[in-house]
Ligand binder design. Structure first.
Ligand code: SF4
Ligand code: SF4
Length: 392
């Protein structure tokens, strides 16, 4: 079954526009729950700073049950996938079980990202996976930093058990760029027992605890037209939210705030998320216009500092500066800009919610807004598309 050798991850691999749209479409139908910052490991590259001393952060069972009760409404709204992350989400096993059972019963599929500390033997791994029948995809992390705390046997047990039980087993491999000798040894280890198509590689990022690591920057130029590729809203263990599970996942200082998830219906929050002008703008056209807007208020590239090669590294550089982020959010929310972004989201991503909402909200001022008629016509054209229909 296994290949003799796996190929090196290629961060320069290009994707077609169609592939990019398919990845971006995930955001409309996907919801992630970050269950806790607790983790038996304390990896040096952890982007959320998780560790054994973070038990107090874990999502209470009653909060998980409250979210679980909303799964039928979320399905009706268009959510089709629910993911669990952390920290180590399996330290909140009963909460994950409540949520995943409710999601699956409502017609969704669920996945979990775990370090597999629980897979102490083949039978223990089967037992845990069987305890969570609602989880179809098991993303098992493997990298040089986990190894300081966890034997690689556990990774193998967890992966093979997931396959044996008919689940989707993924090996989530975090690597350095360029690859270190240890990274190559880990690729060779995975090749002993896994299918190469089950390996999902991700470059180690300089966020959270990883910002203390000496990470070599790549020599590529940042492509500002590259869009944000968030795979959707993250509801954290404490009711706060993140717009993505990448570089803002544990960041609190950003403009994408939607209140307390414990106090509002999740469908209402998600609707606001999908209509947030600044967020949708970076999803449809990237960061080029944002840098131009910043330059117009005197924030040039010199003030911003060295340009990272990846928009997800540039994003926190801008969004965590309250003054800059407020100015950008305000400009993106101007009527003409909202309409333009909503039209692009509808045309490029096939997401019509924002267009419907913006046209509805601005119709009393239609005569004063350039492009309103075109937007209204497009909104009428897409009005017959039920929410989430393109994903059914
Ligand atoms: S990287 Fe994953 S396994 Fe390691 S400390 Fe962070 S959450 Fe735990
Ligand atoms: S661009 Fe920003 S919001 Fe989008 S995925 Fe990257 S870090 Fe998250």
């Amino acid at each position: 079954m296994a290949s003799v050798k796996f190929s090196d991850p290629n961060p320069r691999a290009t994707v077609t526009l169609h592939e990019l749209s398919a990845v971006q479409a995930t955001a409309r139908r996907h919801l992630t729950f970050s269950m806790t910052l607790a983790c038996p490991l304390k990896c040096g590259h952890c982007i959320v700073g998780a560790g054994p001393d973070q038990g107090a952060t874990t999502m209470p069972v009653e909060v998980a049950r409250q979210y679980a009760s909303q799964m039928p409404q979320l399905f009706e709204y268009g959510i089709r996938m629910v993911s669990f992350t952390g920290g180590e989400p399996l330290l909140a096993k009963e909460q994950v079980r409540a949520l995943s059972t409710a999601a699956t019963n409502s017609g969704m599929v669920c996945g979990i990202v775990t370090a597999a500390h629980w897979a102490t033997s083949a039978s223990a791994a089967m037992r845990i996976i069987n305890h969570l029948p609602g989880i179809q995809t098991w993303d098992i992390s493997v990298d040089a930093y986990h190894e300081d705390f966890l034997s690689l046997d556990k990774v193998r047990f967890a992966y093979l058990a997931s396959k044996r039980l008919g689940k989707r087993g993924i090996l989530r491999f975090a690597y350095h760029e360029p690859l270190t000798d240890r990274d190559r040894q880990l690729l060779a280890f995975m090749a002993e027992f896994a299918d190469e198509t089950d390996v999902c590689s991700q470059r180690i990022r300089s966020v959270g605890r990883a910002s203390n690591l000496e990470i070599v920057r790549g020599d590529r130029e940042v492509t500002l037209s590259k869009p944000c590729v968030t795979k959707g809203l993250v509801i954290r263990y404490d009711g706060t939210m993140s717009p993505c599970c990448i570089n803002l996942v544990e960041e609190r200082r950003h403009p994408f705030q939607f209140g307390d998830a414990r106090e509002r219906p999740l469908t209402e929050i998600h609707t606001e998320y999908m209509a947030h002008s600044l967020l949708q703008m970076i999803r449809v056209i990237g960061f080029g216009d944002l840098l131009r807007w910043l330059a117009e208020i005197g924030i040039d590239e010199k003030t911003l500092g060295p340009m990272p090669e990846d928009v997800c590294d540039l994003c926190p550089q801008i969004m965590t500066n309250r003054k800059w982020a407020d100015a950008l959010a305000c400009r993106a929310a101007q009527p003409e800009n909202r309409l333009r972004i909503a039209i692009l989201a509808s045309r490029i991503l096939g997401e019509h919610d924002m267009l419907q909402q913006v046209v509805r909200e601005l119709q009393d001022h239609a005569a004063d807004i350039e492009g309103f008629e075109l937007a209204a016509a497009l909104a009428a054209e897409t009005a017959q598309t039920p929410v989430g229909a393109q994903y059914s």
